[in-house]
Structure formats: C-alpha cells, structure tokens
Design a protein around this ligand. Structure first.
Ligand SMILES: Cc1cc2nc3c(=O)[nH]c(=O)nc-3n(C[C@H](O)[C@H](O)[C@H](O)COP(=O)(O)OP(=O)(O)OC[C@H]3O[C@@H](n4cnc5c(N)ncnc54)[C@H](O)[C@@H]3O)c2cc1C
Length: 171
C-alpha cells in the first residue's frame, strides 16, 4: 500500500462530496481552534453556516484565515494482525485553505443555504426570512488545496481503477 497525491480537481471534489462533515481550523491568537462543521461545496468554494455569535465568529472577525480538512473512506488495514507497525488507516483526505467572507445579502444567503443542503439532501427547500436573517453564512473561495490517498493499492492497474471509480462517483 502507498500514499498517493492527487491533483485532479474531479478527484478532489469527489472526496469532498463523500464527506458528511469537515473540520474547520482557525487561529485564536497563539492557539489553534478546530470545530467539526457541516458544509456545502460548489465551484472551488466551501459554504458553511453558523450562529451569528460565538467564539468562532469572534475569532474570524479578527483573522478570517481558515483551514478546512475533509476525510473519508476510512478502513483499517494491516499486513499482519500481530505487528502494530503494519497497521494503517486507508483513507482519502483533502486540506483546503482560504479566507472566510460573510454573506449578508438575503438572496445570496438563500443560494448558499441551497448549496449546503445539496450536500445532504436531494429535496428543494424554502427558507423563511427570520431563519435567513439569524444564520451566519460563510463563503470560502479555496486559495490552496492538497489531497492525499493513504493505503492505495501498489499495483498500477488497481490504482487506475480506484481513480476511475472516484471520478465516476463524482458524476
Ligand atoms: C458533527 C458536527 C457538525 C456540526 N456542524 C455545525 C455547523 O454546520 N454549524 C455550526 O455552527 N456548528 C456546527 N457544529 C457545532 C460546532 O462544532 C460548534 O460547537 C459551534 O459552531 C459553536 O462554536 P463556537 O466557537 O461559536 O462555540 P462557543 O459556544 O462560543 O464555544 C465555547 C466553548 O465551547 C467549546 N466548544 C465549542 N464547540 C465545541 C464542540 N463542537 N465540541 C467541544 N467543545 C466545543 C470550546 O471550548 C469553546 O471555547 C457541529 C458539531 C458537530 C459535532
């Protein structure tokens, strides 16, 4: 098994779409602060939503740089059950960096909420004004992204098939 680095956006997007949550890292002065959050993704942009107040909002108002990590397809694997260092967690992950832009326009907020909901449901939703006013919408155009697959098959044929499978799942 080996670690592959992926650069194709269709592979990266397929991994993001398979995740049900992401981990959002911010910088609180000298301290890192990482929160699990739900998300949406479209066109190289991550969408998040939160309460309008809280520690995370205070931090973002001072420093809007964030790092968002996605991880999926976790599968414990080992060469020998008795040998600890032969264990590994097969997985695929994406790390994205960007700056949070808060969306204030009501129509744009609704569009962002639709992107978020599309990650979790095929249904169409309507959002009432008070709910839209009370939610903080974060838009994060991705500035930098990296993607790794851990525990990929060594053999080139199986590796190509695994890549094809990922691309197919994204269609
Ligand atoms: C699977 C999952 C998905 C989530 N999705 C969303 C989402 O889409 N949007 C959203 O706004 N929130 C979501 N949450 C909650 C989110 O992780 C934060 O708790 C929330 O955003 C409030 O953050 P805050 O910094 O404003 O909290 P505050 O209430 O201001 O935090 C006060 C203190 O509570 C502690 N704290 C805060 N959050 C957590 C936590 N999750 N776990 C342990 N300690 C914590 C910290 O020590 C912090 O200093 C999700 C949580 C989980 C587990």
């Amino acid at each position: 098994m080996k670690t592959l680095k992926h650069v194709e956006m269709e592979v990266i997007e397929a991994i993001i779409r398979k995740c049900d949550i992401c981990y959002v890292g911010v910088v609180d002065g000298d301290l890192p602060y990482v929160l699990p959050m739900n998300f949406g993704y479209r066109d190289n942009t991550i969408y998040l939503h939160s309460a309008p107040v809280g520690r995370i909002i205070d931090i973002l108002n001072k420093n809007n740089n964030i790092c968002v990590t996605f991880s999926t397809d976790h599968e414990l694997a080992y060469v020998s059950e008795e040998i600890a260092c032969s264990y590994r967690m097969k997985s695929k992950s994406v790390i994205a960096n960007g700056k949070v832009l808060f969306v204030e326009d009501m129509d744009e907020k609704r569009k962002c909420l639709n992107v978020l909901m599309e990650q979790y449901s095929d249904l169409k939703f309507e959002y009432r004004d008070p709910a839209v006013k009370n939610v903080k919408i974060w838009k994060v155009p991705i500035d930098q992204v990296s993607c790794k697959e851990f525990g990929a098959p060594h053999d080139k044929y199986r590796q190509d098939r695994a890549l094809e499978e990922l691309k197919k799942n994204n269609k």
